[in-house]
Write a protein that binds this ligand. Structure first.
Ligand SMILES: [Fe+2]
Length: 200
């Protein structure tokens, strides 16, 4: 009888522990698809930034500018900063970064150059982009397009994503390796992303 009571109590305790631990494990597993490990200071071949489609809305000859904000641009401001590195840990100076994105309503300017612009990395391989959080459009989660081109090398086209977006997991193009680190900064946001290119 005593043995039965102890066994029942043990089962109850095991069940209780499972109830407490399992949800945490499940939410951690869910969160995994929304986060990525931070890029180490010195990346290696495994950290190469994945290429992605340019999609149908790229326009050549964008203006050179680090701020895509024009008078009247509406939306949540975001400052995106980071570095372009090679897999042998060298900053890529003077790399061309050409950004384009949808506006707050999820629409691209395919006539002019609203929310489009290119810039070059500095001597430490750094870039700085002032823009807004792009709106979503049907079939896609929130994203910023970018072409990265070191001097005299081929273009690497990809897209940057926002963590915590429910639509990330429904988007067939989304890749967690392309998630920015995004933090709230008052009414605005700050994002960071390190582009890693294969050393040539
Ligand atoms: Fe797009």
């Amino acid at each position: 009888m005593m043995f039965e009571i102890q066994t029942t109590r043990r089962r109850f305790l095991v069940g209780l522990v499972a109830l407490c631990v399992l949800p945490r494990w499940q939410s951690a597993a869910r969160a995994q698809s929304q986060t990525k490990p931070p890029t180490p200071e010195c990346p290696d071949d495994d950290d190469v930034t994945p290429r992605q489609t340019a999609g149908p809305f790229y326009s050549p000859d964008s203006p050179q500018r680090t701020s895509l904000l024009d008078p009247g641009t509406k939306g949540t401001p975001i400052l995106v900063t980071g570095t372009v590195l090679t897999t042998d840990c060298k900053p890529v100076a003077n790399a061309l970064l050409d950004f384009w994105q949808a506006d707050d309503d999820g629409e691209y300017d395919n006539v002019g150059f609203k929310l489009r612009g290119h810039q070059f990395t500095d001597e430490q391989g750094r870039y700085r982009l002032e823009t807004i959080v792009p709106g979503m459009y049907p079939g896609r989660t929130r994203h910023i397009h970018v072409r990265v081109q070191p001097a005299n090398q081929r273009v690497m086209t990809t897209q940057l994503y926002f963590p915590g977006e429910p639509a990330n997991d429904r988007d067939g193009i989304f890749d967690p390796a392309l998630l920015m680190d995004v933090k709230d900064k008052g009414d605005a946001k700050e994002g960071t992303f390190t582009f890693v290119l294969k050393a040539v």
